[in-house]
Ligand binder design. Structure first.
Ligand SMILES: Nc1ncnc2c1ncn2[C@@H]1O[C@H](COP(=O)(O)OP(=O)(O)O)[C@@H](O)[C@H]1O
Ligand SMILES: [Mg+2]
Length: 351
């Protein structure tokens, strides 16, 4: 830890939900220090969970796996400090996409490879009784039952959401079914999204992109399709937000037009899926089922995005209404959405 005082400090995340992240960058590489926020009741437990994940991964897995994670340095339970490698010259995928307006196919493929390696090749059975990992179905799957009684009250926008959900029995049935069939056997990330994927592409084209999956505070035993669907959600969310909110979301950003965005993102999302199933060796009916279930979860995550953006707003903004509409359409016909929106089938990327 002495090395930590030997360099500049850069705060990289000031909008953190559970922890403040800071970087100390001495000459010999960097450290990322993630600190619990004492005012937030779940913060310490989440950070301990993330630390436990890294520690167990580093004890039980080899190079193949660890290339997709930042190095783990230490966890100071007393002070609530997690120290991991600062991945220099990397940025999260959301920042990357917004900065470049592009999503190279190779990057999509590596993302699939990274996630499938973690899902299928980890030496990570259930740990001892004191394991901190979650296994309950994601809270969003019971949103339609609880939205009026959320602990911090309900905003005007979420009250609107609640009315829309109440008018769509098919959504409630889909959520209930996914809730009841939630498996809790394999380790998953639990909160996959572009912001939790670090990428680095600066090097020349021959050098493969670096992808590292971060923010393991929600590491859970659950459904792999949840993580895959969550990433589908990031792709589709980027597109649908851009379609309907070019003005209010992407002010000053030079993103391509809506139509072009889907053209850019489709090959990348297909490459992500291809990278995933090739690594996971999923084929035939198994791959079909996996894709459909992932797509249904993508719709659930779209509803979660709507809910999270609505917190603190009086009325739903148009982009969120479009996002919700997209989620409802997907839930009504997930196979149709896979074919028409993504233009793909489970095993054939239709490129
Ligand atoms: N090891 C790391 N190296 C470089 N940047 C990182 C690293 N970990 C996190 N970041 C940056 O900080 C952001 C927030 O970190 P994260 O662990 O996701 O915390 P939070 O709980 O706040 O979401 C990430 O989106 C990424 O941009
Ligand atoms: Mg995060």
């Amino acid at each position: 830890m002495d090395e930590l005082v030997d360099g500049g400090v850069v705060v990289v995340s000031d909008r953190s939900r559970h922890a403040i992240s800071a970087v100390v960058a001495p000459r010999s590489g960097g450290f990322l220090v993630k600190q619990g926020i004492t005012a937030q009741p779940d913060s310490a437990a989440s950070l301990a969970r993330e630390a436990r994940f890294y520690r167990s991964m580093y004890q039980q897995n080899g190079e193949e796996m660890l290339q997709f994670l930042p190095a783990f340095h230490r966890f100071d339970e007393f002070r609530g400090l997690l120290v991991i490698e600062y991945v220099s010259d990397a940025e999260n995928l959301k920042v990357f996409y917004e900065r470049t307006g592009s999503f190279p196919v190779e990057l999509g493929r590596h993302l699939g490879l990274a996630l499938a390696t973690l899902h299928f090749k980890t030496n990570f059975g259930r740990l001892a009784e004191d394991e901190p990992f979650l296994s309950a179905a994601p809270w969003i799957l019971s949103l339609h039952k609880q939205i009026k009684n959320m602990p911090y009250g309900v905003s005007g926008a979420n009250s609107q959401l609640s009315d829309i959900l109440a008018g769509h029995g098919s959504l409630a049935r889909a959520f209930d079914e996914l809730y009841e069939t939630w498996p809790s056997t394999v380790l998953i990330h639990g909160d996959m999204k572009w912001e939790n994927c670090l990428v680095s592409l600066r090097s020349s084209v021959e050098i493969e992109p670096i992808v590292k999956l971060i923010d393991w505070e929600t590491a859970s035993y659950g459904d792999r399709c949840w993580d895959v669907g969550s990433l589908f959600q990031s792709f589709m969310g980027a597109w649908v937000f851009a379609v309907s909110t070019t003005q209010d979301i992407h002010i000053g950003r030079s993103l391509p037009s809506e139509e072009n965005q889907l053209d850019i993102l489709r090959p990348a999302i297909r490459a992500f899926w291809r990278g995933y199933i090739d690594t996971a060796q999923l084929t035939g009916a198994q791959a079909d089922e996996f894709l459909t279930r992932s797509m249904r979860y993508a719709a659930v995550r779209l509803v979660q995005t709507v809910y999270e953006h609505n917190v603190g707003s009086n009325a739903m903004i148009p982009a969120l209404i479009s996002t919700l509409q997209l989620a409802l359409n997907i839930l009504a016909n997930p196979e149709g959405a896979i074919a028409s929106l993504l233009k793909m089938s489970s095993e054939h990327a239709n490129d």
